[in-house]
Design a protein around this ligand. Structure first.
Ligand SMILES: [Zn+2]
Ligand SMILES: [Zn+2]
Length: 240
């Protein structure tokens, strides 16, 4: 999230080189990043974290549970700043509110970022969305939500039964239907943008995700964007 004050990155699942390449493609710089916030320690969220934190010399905010389980492959992360789920972190006018999510990780969190009256809610990698998560995301002007799998495609897909069970479980990932229920409960007149993320390449279909989200939003006109794995989305300006 880029504001007139702080500029922060949420997670760093790509190599630093790939992140640099993607930032270049959307006309953004990395050398003025103020901090990185980490949702949890799975490799697709922290692969480039060590190199990023060492090269840019920026603080990496995470829970102690996440830090304790960081993979050794990312090597040292200097300048770690801890928060507890539920805490708020303040950086140059930007407020980052944190909340627990249900996922099979050490102490995973979602974030709500607030700046100058604009609220961005982020919840990816969660097995289900209890009322606490919904309440934290209420009144967001923009949302980044997981829509990981379609149950039918998962069932017929290449994953072995135990992996399918993990994905479907309370500590796994959010299905399109779960996303739809959550999203429809979060609709309001000032919700401008929804980015649907963490979409499985094997067990989902982007067209189905968009159609499900569109139905959840009906009749409101909200910009719906699918975050693809192999290319960056464009930059979005979100106003209150
Ligand atoms: Zn995960
Ligand atoms: Zn993930």
């Amino acid at each position: 999230m880029v504001t007139r004050g702080a500029k922060v990155l949420i997670d760093c699942g790509f190599s630093f080189k790939q992140l640099q390449h993607r930032a270049d493609r959307v006309g953004e710089r990395l050398d003025d990043l103020d901090a990185v916030f980490v949702t949890h320690e799975h490799g697709d969220h922290v692969k480039g974290l060590g190199v990023l934190a060492r090269k840019l010399k920026i603080p990496a905010f995470m829970t102690t549970g996440t830090f304790a389980r960081l993979p050794g492959s990312i090597a040292e992360v200097p300048n770690v700043e801890y928060f507890a789920a539920g805490d708020s972190v303040h950086l140059d006018g930007l407020t980052v509110n944190t909340f627990s999510v249900s996922h099979d990780a050490g102490d995973p969190v979602g974030f709500c970022l607030g700046y100058d009256g604009v609220k961005l809610g982020i919840a990816a990698d969660l097995g289900h969305a209890p009322n606490l998560v919904r309440l934290r995301l209420l009144d967001s002007h923009a949302l980044v939500l997981e829509s990981n799998y379609c149950p039918d495609l998962l069932r017929c897909g290449p994953y072995p039964p135990q992996v399918q069970q993990r994905i479907r479980g309370r500590f796994g990932h959010l299905s399109n239907a779960d996303m739809s229920v959550l999203l429809s409960s979060l609709a309001h007149d000032s919700l401008r943008l929804v980015v649907l993320s963490h979409i499985s390449a094997e067990n989902n279909d982007p067209a189905l995700v968009v159609e499900t989200a569109r139905r959840a939003m009906h009749p409101r006109r909200v910009e719906l964007v699918v975050a693809e794995q192999h290319q960056p989305t464009r930059l979005f300006e979100v106003l209150p």
